[in-house]
Design a protein around this ligand. Structure first.
Ligand SMILES: Nc1ncnc2c1ncn2[C@@H]1O[C@H](COP(=O)(O)OP(=O)(O)OP(=O)(O)O)[C@@H](O)[C@H]1O
Length: 603
């Protein structure tokens, strides 16, 4: 779309006038220092107002506190925040506030395998009330696609989008709920000048429709700057200028900073803001004080202490009873469909997972061919059992370890936008990933079981499969917990290195009676112990008496001898199933807690 073309308005206009005011905002973060921890104040009693119908730019030198201001105003950061945020001079309860406000961060995480159209459809399903019909939702999605010029890439998966298209899709995601106030953090970063111009023009159009649109912008060109109506300059966590763009140069001149002719006004304002620590610092300080008295003037009559209480009240209410646009079941159902689609579309990984299970089943089958009912090859068969367990565990834990962190980023963004509850995401994640794990494990187990010549008895096969499936489930949950707790560059190391010690206590490498007393309790916490014991019992227990023998003499002809060798003669299969069940339960609880903690750390 050329810059001269007018943008057709199809998204409903925002009718009510909205002004967002903030007064004496303070934002403090804890800071680790040598010899203890300290606090760092990122926003220092900062005040201002943004009005609907106008496109406002937040500018300032690097590290001035622009993103911090954006995070606080959008409600994405609440811990360590004091001060007052008002919409039309009213304090709004937090959950409601989040419904009015949309925030597009610098790099919005997207689900890579979902197309532009699907991404917007899912956003509409999650953000719009269920009473909005399918036809209406489709119209909204199509309108957004047209408004943002995304028609050409509507069926492209997010992974194939250009930087500009990703930015526009991010804006579209927020437009779905037709918010009154929109925040953007550096929407032009990484874009060429034409794409930057287009994005800001879209934002200008959104403002013209009656929204309050505020954007952090980094060194805009003169052409780009002209699109903005108002400017808010931040320096060292304080306001240096707030007002119309056209008043910027006169205000700076009045403060003793004369902008040279043909100089970009934005660059000049940044230059002045950077003078805080120089000889001209006093003049900048005076300008700030003047601005602070102007910005707070019309917000008088409201005590800050009173507001701090109100903000906390809003936080408490918002925290305990968040209002989601759709019911819990619908949230769960939509998220499950979306996750399943994303997993299915990740063809490389899905195919690799399947082919890997089949291929390794064939390899195990070929290497341990027909050892299952052969008294002279019992030790090989026992090795085969532990090998099967190790493959199931590593293949199912490592795949989620790599994919989960990116999904977590999407979850955090959507949760903060009040789209759905933790419980809905948690349940959908478990349900959506379960069938693929089960299908892979089943293929692998059936191939390996048949080729290695284990006993062909239905109950044995089912019980053997059940242990394999429970181990696969445990491993998948283990991978998810690691993926949710550790960063993506750490978790692929954490998972195998934490599992190896547990394999040691499986009962295969060293028998229980030969362990030092100090290590014995560890066998009760190793899932490999339950898995290995379960497989050994289904293979050699359950009233099996004789093992086939083709030689003259087989020491392990009686299966009880094998059970004695493994020290599982008196063990119970159902105890092993129970042990794995407890592991699965604990891992589910850990995943839920880690999701909660991740959200809390991000507040
Ligand atoms: N969690 C944190 N702990 C300690 N310091 C922080 C934290 N977050 C931000 N800061 C510091 O606060 C200051 C303001 O950060 P902020 O990201 O808001 O700046 P900015 O103006 O957006 O910078 P830029 O233009 O470079 O993105 C910076 O000095 C930054 O290092």
């Amino acid at each position: 779309m050329s810059s001269e073309e007018t943008v057709e308005v199809v998204i409903p206009l925002v009718k009510t006038i909205t002004s967002l005011s903030f007064r004496n905002l303070r934002y403090t973060v804890p800071q680790q220092q040598r010899g203890g921890s300290d606090k760092k104040q990122l926003l220092k009693n900062i005040s201002g107002t943004f009005r609907s119908g106008r496109l406002s730019a937040i500018m300032g030198p690097s590290g001035a506190g622009k993103s911090s201001l954006m995070n606080v105003l959008s409600g994405f950061k609440t811990t360590g925040v004091k001060g007052r945020i008002l919409i039309n001079n009213e304090v709004i309860e937090r959950a409601k506030y989040r419904q009015l406000v949309a925030y597009t961060t610098q790099d919005v995480p997207l689900l890579q395998n979902i197309t532009v159209q699907e991404t917007l459809h899912y956003a509409a399903d999650l953000k719009l009330p269920s009473r909005v019909t399918r036809i209406h939702k489709t119209k909204i999605v199509n309108d957004i696609i047209a408004l943002l010029g995304l028609e050409k890439c509507a069926h492209n998966q997010a992974r194939n989008l250009s930087g500009g298209e990703r930015k526009r899709l991010s804006i579209g995601l927020e437009l779905v709920s037709n918010p009154k106030i929109m925040f953007f953090d550096e929407p032009t970063s990484g874009l060429d000048s034409e794409s930057s111009y287009q994005v800001i023009r879209y934002m200008k159009e959104l403002a013209r429709q009656g929204r309050c649109v505020v954007s952090v912008i980094h060194q805009p060109s003169s052409e780009l700057l002209e699109l903005f109506d108002d400017l808010y300059v931040v320096a060292d966590g304080r306001c240096m200028y707030q007002g119309a763009l056209d008043d910027l140069v006169p205000t700076l001149t009045e403060a003793g900073f004369v902008c040279p002719q043909y100089y970009n006004r934005a660059d000049f304002a940044l230059k002045v803001a950077s003078m805080l620590d120089t000889d001209s610092g006093d003049k900048v300080n005076q300008l700030m004080k003047r601005m602070e008295s102007i910005t707070t003037e019309h917000l008088n009559g409201f005590h800050d202490d009173q507001h701090d209480e109100l903000l906390d009240e809003g936080r408490r209410k918002g925290g305990s009873s968040p209002q989601y646009p759709i019911s819990a079941f619908l949230q769960f159902w939509i998220l499950t469909r979306r996750t399943a689609l994303g997993t299915f579309r990740n063809l490389a990984l899905t195919r690799l997972r399947f082919i890997g299970h089949i291929l390794f089943g064939l390899i195990v089958g070929a290497v341990f061919y027909d050892v299952g009912d052969n008294g002279s090859k019992v030790l090989s068969n026992i090795s085969c059992l532990i090998m099967m367990l190790m493959f199931i565990v590593f293949s199912n834990s490592m795949t989620v370890v790599l994919t989960f962190p990116l999904e977590m980023a999407v979850f955090i963004r959507e949760y903060k936008s009040n789209c759905y509850s933790i419980a809905a995401y948690f349940c959908s994640k478990i349900v959506a990933d379960f069938p693929l794990m089960l299908a892979g494990v089943t293929c692998f187990q059936l191939i390996a079981y048949y080729l290695t010549g284990q006993l062909n008895e239905t109950s044995r096969i089912v019980m053997f499969w059940a242990v394999c499936a429970l181990m696969g489930w445990t491993a998948q949950m283990y991978g998810m917990v690691a993926g949710s707790v550790f960063p993506v560059d750490v978790s692929p190391f954490v998972v195998p290195s934490s599992m190896i010690p547990m394999i040691l206590f499986s009962g295969f490498f060293i028998r229980y009676s030969e362990l030092l007393d100090v290590f014995k309790p560890l066998t009760y916490v190793s899932p490999f112990r339950y898995g290995f014991e379960g497989l050994a019992l289904t293979t050699y227990g359950m009233n099996r008496t004789e093992i086939g023998c083709e030689d003259m003499f087989c020491y392990y002809r009686k299966s009880v001898k094998v059970l004695e060798l493994l020290e599982v003669k008196d063990s119970c299969y159902w105890m092993d199933v129970g042990g794995l069940g407890v592991w699965i339960l604990v891992l589910h609880m850990l995943l839920y807690v880690s999701l909660r903690l991740r959200l809390r750390w991000n507040q």
